[in-house]
Design a protein around this ligand. Structure first.
Ligand SMILES: Nc1ncnc2c1ncn2[C@@H]1O[C@H](COP(=O)(O)OP(=O)(O)OP(=O)(O)O)[C@@H](O)[C@H]1O
Length: 214
């Protein structure tokens, strides 16, 4: 889906955090959002995810307002993911269970994710006992397993070792190509942005300074 933002204003108390007149995120592409600390990147991605309604302006998804169907097809992976106190396997299965997939499908899809992310050794571990980087990997696997139409990533590889970064970038790019889903990634890593993104949006003090750096 493509996303169109218009006249976005976000305040905390009197302080203006976001001030975006117009921004289009193109469908089927990977768009990177970059910019200094405090620029408003996480605030923006939370608004796009539908997790923050307290703002002025319009966000349209394929020309429509966010509804329940769209909301269920959007997922956000945070830098500090929240995982349930269950096994890694159960955590990855969860989005499929709540969407009513049958047991065989769930097993196949979860095992496929475990294979792709090379986390077989983690599958029976309780998720709250994982390291920060392991949690981020599991959280990305849990996001991709149900094939969202819009994947939002807030610094998904910030705690990750170089080998695991390769795996995560590969899986995000493969997912984007095979599903034609739209991906937005916040990153401070310019070489990662260049490796992965079709387009880059530069945010500074809540304003879009440039929206196509490449
Ligand atoms: N709940 C809140 N209450 C008040 N101010 C907030 C709140 N959340 C964020 N802010 C402020 O909004 C501004 C933008 O924060 P945001 O987290 O969106 O920045 P960011 O670009 O994602 O930064 P970083 O690169 O450090 O993650 C910051 O100045 C932050 O202090």
């Amino acid at each position: 889906m493509d996303i169109f933002l218009k006249d976005i204003r976000k305040y905390y108390k009197e302080r203006k955090i976001l001030n975006i007149d117009k921004l289009t995120i193109e469908k089927k592409k990977i768009t990177g959002i970059i910019g200094p600390n405090g620029a408003g990147k996480s605030t923006l991605i939370n608004i796009i995810a539908g997790l923050d309604n307290n703002f002025l302006g319009q966000v349209e998804y394929n020309g429509k307002k966010l509804d329940n169907y769209l909301y269920k097809n959007i997922t956000l992976v945070n830098q500090k993911p929240y995982l349930f106190k269950r096994s890694v396997y159960d955590n990855i299965a969860y989005p499929l269970k709540i969407r009513g997939f049958n047991k065989v499908d769930i097993k196949n899809k979860v095992e496929d994710m475990i294979r792709k992310f090379e986390i077989d050794d983690l599958k029976d571990k309780r998720a709250h006992k994982l390291s920060g980087g392991e949690s981020q990997k599991v959280s990305l696997a849990r996001a991709l397993v149900f094939n969202p139409k819009l994947l939002l990533l807030d610094e998904p590889t910030s705690n990750i070792d170089p080998d695991s970064i390769k795996i995560m970038e590969r899986e995000i790019m493969n997912f984007n190509k095979s599903s034609n889903s739209t991906v937005i990634i916040i990153t401070h890593n310019m070489s990662q942005a260049k490796r992965m993104c079709n387009k880059l949006v530069y945010l500074s003090k809540g304003d879009v300074i440039e929206d196509d750096i490449f």
